[in-house]
Design a protein around this ligand. Structure first.
Ligand SMILES: Nc1nc2c(ncn2[C@@H]2O[C@H](COP(=O)(O)OP(=O)(O)OP(=O)(O)O)[C@@H](O)[C@H]2O)c(=O)[nH]1
Ligand SMILES: [Mg+2]
Length: 502
């Protein structure tokens, strides 16, 4: 109960924060809490678990890629704030989560601050690290840090700057964090370095961050950026640098995607030839506009993602978990009854043989002395009979339990994922408790009240979707749309590479 209130307190803080940033999402937290209560009643969640802590609530943009490719320079430029250190050697050795802070001076907080707060991404990441590298979970501060920044451009968003990607040198923990970041990000910028196309870091980035991501269902969120393209201006054929990069991406399976070529004006080597400079600048500006527009839009994508997750979680409870539990209970009941029947039959046969052997039968009439006890209801006080009844109940319980254990391990085989399995196990165990009758048709916690509650959550998810649509789109064309109105359209696949050649 104490633990539950801790999660509840965290969620209240989250709700308070969202009230200012996106009131619809603040209401979504209430729906998640309602769903959590249903899950706890079903045994699917333990008291300290919540749907709301399994998602990143702030729009999250991560910047990954080759080392020294200008990731930190890009972030500083976007924020118009000298926040991250930059340099020619590998500078960043840990992930930096950057969020808004009121103070003008940035504040740096240790990784544990991120690990313990569900409002931030990477909540409980130490557990994930511990699961792949024992003992490393405790060293969370050497992998992560949190920085606050007073730039207005980061309000309502979170950036993650990362150390340069180098799978050979990187420990499993760093790869685990990278994978986790990719999973929870709304937008992933993958940086390449136009100066050094052949480095090991480049190969590893291609292998892990390109090959490993192209077949994802959310591949739309990855932007591939060839940075420092200014250095190609001195080449005889600058287009060749871009083409070589595209060929390298294609080799790793990427034939269509969002390619961008940019450079940072201040860090760049000035391009002397005016015609070339104009061409490079116009391409860079067009690409930067698109990248920035995607970053601005991340808040919208995040809102849809979270409402989508609410709907999916509620639906999966109704369509997957409950039928799964009902099927389990049906098989369990049938098997227990069958074994009980066989045991009962055996006892009856023993009884018959015993009474025949004792000579209690006169033709078809049984004239046993204990029958009188039964008829006179004196058996209620007969310790012998009470022991017999208790023994029968005990045998029944053993049968139930053994059948349940066998069936549980069989049923869990089809469930993918350690986490999911433990949730299903919780719900199954709750339904086979010794106090529950095997004749119950509905799973524990699936009474009329909870069914109504779940329908309520599904209705709410629908309403949230409509309200988000009202807020962000303008289907009637009356110009009453939300913040996206007037923004440039999203680039289509492969569109951004035209300008550079043209
Ligand atoms: N020519 C040129 N140099 C750049 C550009 N962007 C960044 N640089 C320089 O490249 C070097 C590396 O930049 P960083 O921003 O530190 O790169 P990073 O990817 O954050 O590096 P790590 O964190 O160490 O992986 C610095 O010396 C920057 O000044 C660019 O567009 N063109
Ligand atoms: Mg850096």
């Amino acid at each position: 109960m104490v633990k539950e209130s801790k999660v509840e307190r965290q969620l209240e803080r989250l709700q308070e924060h969202l009230k200012q940033e996106n009131p619809i999402l603040s209401e979504v937290v209430s729906s998640f809490r309602e769903l959590d209560r249903i899950c706890r009643k079903l045994g699917f969640f333990s008291p300290e678990e919540s749907h709301a802590t399994r998602t990143a609530w702030w729009p999250l943009i991560s910047v990954l890629g080759v080392y020294s490719s200008g990731k930190s320079t890009f972030i500083n430029h976007y924020l118009a704030y000298r926040l991250q250190a930059t340099g020619t050697q590998a500078v960043d050795d840990r992930f930096t989560v950057i969020c808004y802070g009121r103070d003008d001076d940035p504040r740096v907080l240790p990784g544990v601050a991120l690990d313990a707060d569900p409002r931030f991404p990477l909540y409980r990441i130490s557990r994930a690290i511990e699961s792949v590298a024992e003992g490393e979970g405790r060293r969370i501060d050497s992998y992560l840090q949190l920085k606050t920044c007073g730039s207005e451009r980061i309000k309502g968003k979170i950036f993650i700057d990362s150390p340069g990607f180098d799978a050979d040198a990187q420990r499993t923990s760093t790869l685990r964090i990278t994978d986790h970041i990719i999973d929870i990000s709304d937008l992933v910028l993958i940086f390449f370095d136009a100066r050094h196309p052949e480095t090991g870091s480049m190969q590893n980035t291609l292998e892990h961050l390109v090959r490993g991501t192209i077949h994802r269902t959310d591949s739309n969120k990855f932007l591939y950026i060839l940075n420092q393209i200014d250095t190609a201006a001195r080449e005889d054929n600058p287009e060749e640098v871009f083409s070589a990069w595209q060929r390298a991406l294609a080799q790793y399976g990427m034939t269509a995607g969002r390619y961008y070529t940019i450079y940072n004006e201040e860090a760049a080597i000035p391009i002397k030839e005016e015609k070339i400079r104009a061409r490079f600048e116009s391409k860079r500006d067009a690409d930067l506009r698109e990248i920035h527009s995607r970053i601005e839009q991340v808040g919208v994508e995040r809102a849809y993602r979270i409402v989508g997750m609410l709907e999916q979680a509620a639906r999966s409870l109704k369509q997957d978990l409950v039928p799964f539990l009902k099927e389990f209970m049906g098989s369990w009941r049938r098997r227990v009854l069958m074994i009980d029947g066989v045991m009962g039959g055996l006892i009856l046969i023993c009884f018959l043989l015993l009474t025949i052997w004792q000579g209690y039968w006169e033709g078809l009439h049984l004239r046993a002395p204990f029958l009188e006890t039964l008829v006179s209801k004196a058996y209620i006080r007969d310790p012998f009979l009470i022991v017999i009844v208790l023994l029968a109940l005990g045998v029944h319980q053993i049968v139930r339990r053994r059948v349940a254990l066998k069936l549980i391990s069989k049923s869990l085989k089809g469930i993918v994922g350690e986490n999911r399995r433990s949730h299903y196990l919780g719900a199954l165990e709750k339904n086979c408790r010794w106090t529950r009758s095997i004749f119950q048709v509905n799973p524990e916690g699936w009474g009329r009240r909870n069914r109504r509650r779940l329908e309520g959550v599904l209705d709410e998810a629908n309403t949230f979707m409509q309200r988000l649509n009202d807020m962000y789109t303008d289907p009637s064309g009356e110009g009453k749309g939300g913040p996206l109105m007037g923004e440039p359209p999203l680039p289509r696949d492969g569109e951004s590479d035209r300008a550079f050649h043209g």
